[in-house]
Design a protein around this ligand. Structure first.
Ligand code: AMP
Ligand code: ZN
Ligand code: ZN
Length: 429
């Protein structure tokens, strides 16, 4: 353009020379300016930032109108909702999102898992960091194996060596790390030179889940927590924009499950129906899903006592509805009980002192971990960036599909998984 204009200028030779020199200088400055300002943008490889907003129920976008999340949904992809895997708990679903495997196949069948003569729980660091629990191949292992770098500012599984591999950068989970610092660390990773810059970064925020548990999904407190989380995403997008890459990085925002209102006075006591001490080797309790390991020969005796409970459904392993994908896998307990939405299933030993200490028991609380058929358990999926269509609303899909979507964007060959890209590829450009 500039040269063409110069050619059309009719003047004397010295003027012509001067104009040529200024034009060349202008070109150098312009090109240099572009390279200098956004050199990061120039050599950015296909990149995914995977964000988890724990307990961010599918309808919080409409119910509470967080502005940044809705803007990203509008300019990118939003699923009507994303179907979590059963049980609708944190560890199983986070690990499903990054492996594309159902919990029965990736081994994290609950937040607490029994195997190797011991229990994995979220707070047992040495077990959380032990690769023996984490089966399948998480996306960061896929990426590292295929020559890319991954970084995790938290994600269940990221602390363990899985097939001998962790993300290049990872951190011990610390719920006290300020959420804004998590965002700034994500941005700092993108400031690295291309040779050490990760193409996959995961991060995690528990805030909406924490507040959702304390007050329930309909509370004003929960609305405020949603708006607070929105400001973290706003900070991320502003940071990307400052770097000139807000439309070049793919940002995928997921949640692990939804949240239901719970009246803590609605409770079923399993120990009112069978001798939980005498008949079992162990029971792993939560109020929403209970893993029962009967003593040898005692399964049928227990099952006879719990099969017709009014607000708790119990299944023998092998007879769990196929839609829950929970019959296989050596770690699934021989007997599983699942509470009706909004109900609790407990024993007196834990519940009675807990209830006594509780302030205002009539006030609603929130819980998840129920059957994934309930609308209240559905999760969120928003995706924004060059790989995604703009203004596309996806029909509900299962969270096993996210792994293949990320592999496609990062040009990675996926490991064996339970997803199928053809079911979700319409969201991609
Ligand atoms: P849940 O009990 O299912 O509601 O799980 C939510 C809790 O999981 C959060 O409040 C965190 O304390 C915990 N959590 C989330 N990510 C991790 C992690 N990577 N390691 C340990 N605990 C975690
Ligand atoms: Zn969760
Ligand atoms: Zn939770």
């Amino acid at each position: 353009m500039i040269l063409k204009n110069i050619k059309n200028i009719h003047s004397g030779p010295e003027h012509l020379m001067k104009r040529y020199i200024s034009a060349i200088l202008l070109i150098i400055i312009t090109v240099g300016g572009v390279v200098g300002e956004s050199s990061k943008a120039q050599d950015l490889k296909p990149t995914v930032i995977l964000i988890s907003l724990d307990g961010f129920r599918w309808d919080y976008l409409d119910k509470f109108s967080p502005p940044t999340l809705n803007r990203l949904a509008k300019n990118g992809v939003r699923a009507k909702w994303m179907i979590p895997s059963f049980p609708t708990k944190t560890f199983p679903n986070h690990y499903t999102v990054v492996t594309g495997l159902y919990p029965q196949n990736h081994g994290i069948v609950e937040n607490s898992v029994y195997d190797f003569g011991t229990t994995l729980t979220m707070s047992k660091r040495e077990e959380v960091q032990n690769g023996r629990w984490w089966l399948g191949e998480p996306i960061w292992v896929t990426a590292e194996k295929q020559g890319q770098r991954a970084a995790s500012i938290f994600w269940p599984g990221s602390e363990a060596r899985i097939s001998g591999i962790t993300p290049t950068d990872w951190l011990v989970y610390n719920g006290d790390m300020p959420n804004t610092l998590r965002i700034d660390r994500v941005l700092a990773l993108l400031d690295r030179p291309a040779t050490t810059r990760p193409t996959l970064i995961t991060t995690y925020f528990s805030h909406t889940d924490d507040v959702g548990h304390a007050f329930g999904p309909d509370a004003e407190e929960t609305k405020y927590s949603v708006h607070e989380v929105d400001t973290y995403i706003e900070r991320l997008m502003a940071g990307l924009k400052k770097r000139g890459i807000d439309n070049r990085v793919n940002v995928i925002i997921t949640s692990d499950h939804g949240m239901a209102n719970v009246d803590v006075r609605k409770v079923t006591f399993l120990d009112d129906h069978f001798d939980t001490e005498a008949l079992t080797e162990r029971i792993i309790w939560t109020s929403e899903i209970i893993q029962i390991f009967p003593k040898p020969g005692k399964l049928e005796e227990i099952y006879a006592k719990v099969k017709d409970l009014p607000h708790t459904t119990c299944w023998k392993k092998g007879e769990i509805p196929a839609r829950l994908n929970y019959n296989d896998g050596p770690r699934v307990a021989p007997l599983i009980c699942s509470s009706e939405l909004g109900w609790m299933t407990n024993n007196h030993e834990w519940y009675d002192p807990w209830f006594k200490r509780l302030d205002a028991p009539e006030r609603p609380r929130g819980a998840h971990g129920y059957d994934n058929k309930y609308q209240e358990m559905q999760a969120t999926f928003i995706a924004h960036g060059p790989a995604f269509k703009k203004g596309f609303t996806a029909e509900p899909f299962e969270n096993v599909e996210v792994y293949n979507i990320m592999c496609r964007i990062l040009n990675l060959t996926p490991a064996k998984n339970d997803g199928d890209l053809s079911r979700v590829k319409a969201m991609l450009r």
